[in-house]
Design a protein around this ligand. Structure first.
Ligand SMILES: [Zn+2]
Length: 71
């Protein structure tokens, strides 16, 4: 009777990501979220960057969901 070797498992090597490596991406996505929050919350009327109601209509449900004053 042949003696079979036990299956071997190799533990994956997980390299931690340093905060220095994450910092630029965190800043980028933070700014992106602020821009998105601006367009959802304040893009209308006198402060509108893009004229017309298109942006306001696109984010209208999100605006109500987040509790921004609307109409
Ligand atoms: Zn509304």
């Amino acid at each position: 009777m042949a003696h079979s070797a036990a299956p071997t498992t190799v533990a994956p090597v997980i390299t931690p990501i340093s905060p220095k490596a994450i910092a630029p991406w965190a800043a980028f996505f933070g700014i992106l979220m602020l821009v998105l929050l601006y367009f959802v919350g304040a893009e209308q009327g006198a402060t509108a960057v893009i004229s017309g109601e298109a942006v306001h209509e696109w984010v209208h449900d999100g605006r109500h969901l987040l509790g921004f004053p609307c109409h």
